[in-house]
Design a protein around this ligand. Structure first.
Ligand code: ADP
Length: 488
């Protein structure tokens, strides 16, 4: 029988309120799926300055306000605001403290970045005490909430409310670890005793929030089975592989799902022509609309390659430059949407000026355009150096947009390389992180693109994949059970 647990879901971003990447999507979907499976979920988020309270029906939660929290020697006060996650009963509590959260972006390089998330996490525990709500599991996500397991087992160990609360830490990207100077330990009200090599708080001369979380949580999860393995290797562990290896028996991989109401060509309100497996001609119309929007000439001979991404070195776009001339000799057009590192932005801008008829580039964040690119492109390119889960390849598969990916992390778990002879596969993938491997895979894909019958079969196999959250939610519920069993 499936258990129905009380889950406190702590996250630093959540769609539709605030999102910078995959964590935002997960936080916006998984709690709903858990609720559907019988769990009671309360979520906590910071009330960042950019969150539109009126638009999202977020209201002041009068029962809890003016709570003072000490961060080191400084006290700051928070109020709580509340909403329900759209299409669900999931209660979302927003920690309102303008001193820390009224800034242009959710994440900053400000000198008090450590304080901001120490404050947020302490405010969560203080709120639970005032709500008198004892979660079975505290589900933490990434370094911004990875001190919660530490707080529950130290600062708040006296409180019977949390006596049985187990903790699960999900790692969405090991590249971001929350490494701060030793002073942050005092700001968090924790003991310096644990700060020395091989002790939980010290990592490479810093106080590392993520390391502490990994060592204090009952269970650690990563966002895909392959990534759960990769983070325990020196190649992709970003220096935490040794720490993770000490917990290897408690590390699990659960692939993210996708919100199939939002990312579904059958219902997508952002695309001009909705479609299904039996109405693929509408996808062709979306391609025409996308090309028009991008002011690129329509040409049936050319495959349209879409890219939607943060421009971070992780995403592998450095592989393009050495082979871009050869790639542009292939029958392709590109539509690129993203922002981030200057070198990548410059690279794509130059590509656009060199090939104005074949490339358009949008620097920035645009959700509507992301939907149109996902629907209107023939191919979606994700040559990531590493990719914990990746969502865009799953969206693309469900939209019949054939992904070309590097075989790493969640990309390896979702994109099955096309095999000409057995007629299997839903996309194209390559293993070596080299420009040559990327080029030859694009060449292979474009050769297949010319064979419309084979191409359609690849598209249909992708569209039939089931990436619904139900399956992942069931796996998390199993992990909650394991965490609870370890806590008692
Ligand atoms: P990551 O979390 O590493 O950024 P994911 O593939 O897990 O990568 O998730 C990225 C999410 O952010 C997807 O929903 C994607 O569509 C969205 N996204 C990324 N860049 C942009 C952009 N420039 N405009 C709109 N959406 C974007």
């Amino acid at each position: 029988m499936k258990e129905s647990y009380k889950i406190c879901f702590a996250a630093s971003e959540c769609f539709p309120y605030v999102k910078t990447g995959g964590l935002g999507d997960v936080a916006g979907s998984l709690p709903k799926a858990l609720e559907t499976e019988g769990c009671e979920v309360k979520m906590f988020l910071p009330l960042y300055g950019g969150i539109k309270t009126l638009e999202h029906g977020i209201k002041k939660f009068e029962e809890i306000s003016g709570v003072a929290v000490a961060v080191g020697e400084n006290f700051h006060v928070f109020d709580l605001w509340k909403a329900t996650l759209p299409d669900s009963e999931v209660e979302v509590y927003f920690v309102d403290c303008p001193h820390y959260f009224n800034r242009p972006n959710p994440y900053t390089n400000d000198p008090d970045e450590d304080e901001r998330f120490i404050f947020f996490q302490l405010a969560i525990v203080e709120s639970l005490q005032r709500l008198k709500w004892s979660p079975d599991v505290m589900h933490c996500n990434d370094w911004q909430t990875s001190l919660l397991p530490v707080f529950l087992k130290t600062t708040y160990s006296w409180d019977k409310l949390f006596e049985k609360t187990a903790t699960l830490l999900s790692i969405h990207n090991i590249g971001y670890q929350g490494m701060f100077s030793k002073d942050a330990i005092l700001k968090a009200g924790l003991s310096l005793e644990n700060y020395s090599p091989y002790k939980p708080f010290e990592h490479k001369g810093t106080f590392c929030f993520l390391k502490a979380g990994i060592l204090y949580s009952e269970i650690v999860s990563a966002v895909s089975p392959t990534y759960a393995h990769e983070i325990q290797t020196s190649e992709l562990g970003a220096g935490l592989e040794g720490v993770l290896q000490t917990r290897s028996g408690d590390i699990y991989g659960v692939l993210n799902g996708i919100d199939e109401k939002i990312w579904n060509p059958r219902y997508d309100t952002f695309i001009p022509y909705k479609y299904t497996t039996s109405l693929l001609r509408n996808k062709v119309k979306d391609k025409a609309a996308l090309l028009k929007e991008a002011e690129l000439p329509a040409n049936d001979e050319l495959a349209l390659v879409g890219i939607i991404s943060r421009f971070a070195s992780q995403k592998g776009f450095a592989l393009l430059a050495p082979v871009i001339r050869e790639i542009m000799e292939l029958p392709v057009q590109f539509i690129v949407l993203g922002s981030g590192e200057d070198t990548t932005e410059e690279f794509f801008k130059e590509l656009k000026s060199a090939y104005p008829d074949r490339v358009n580039v949008y620097i920035g964040y645009n959700n509507k355009l992301a939907h149109l690119i996902t629907a209107g492109s023939d191919i979606f390119l994700m040559p990531s150096r590493y990719e914990p889960c990746g969502l865009n390849q799953m969206y693309s598969l469900n939209y019949g947009t054939v992904p070309i990916v590097r075989k790493t992390g969640g990309l390896a778990d979702t994109v099955k390389d096309f095999h000409e002879f057995n007629e299997t596969g839903n996309g194209f993938s390559f293993e070596d992180y080299t420009p040559q491997a990327l080029y030859s895979t694009m060449l292979r894909a474009l050769t297949m693109y010319e064979d419309k019958k084979v191409w359609k079969q690849i598209q249909l196999r992708g569209m039939k994949e089931d990436f619904s959250w139900k399956h992942s939610a069931d796996l998390y519920i199993e992990l909650y059970g394991k965490a609870i069993a370890k806590r008692v």
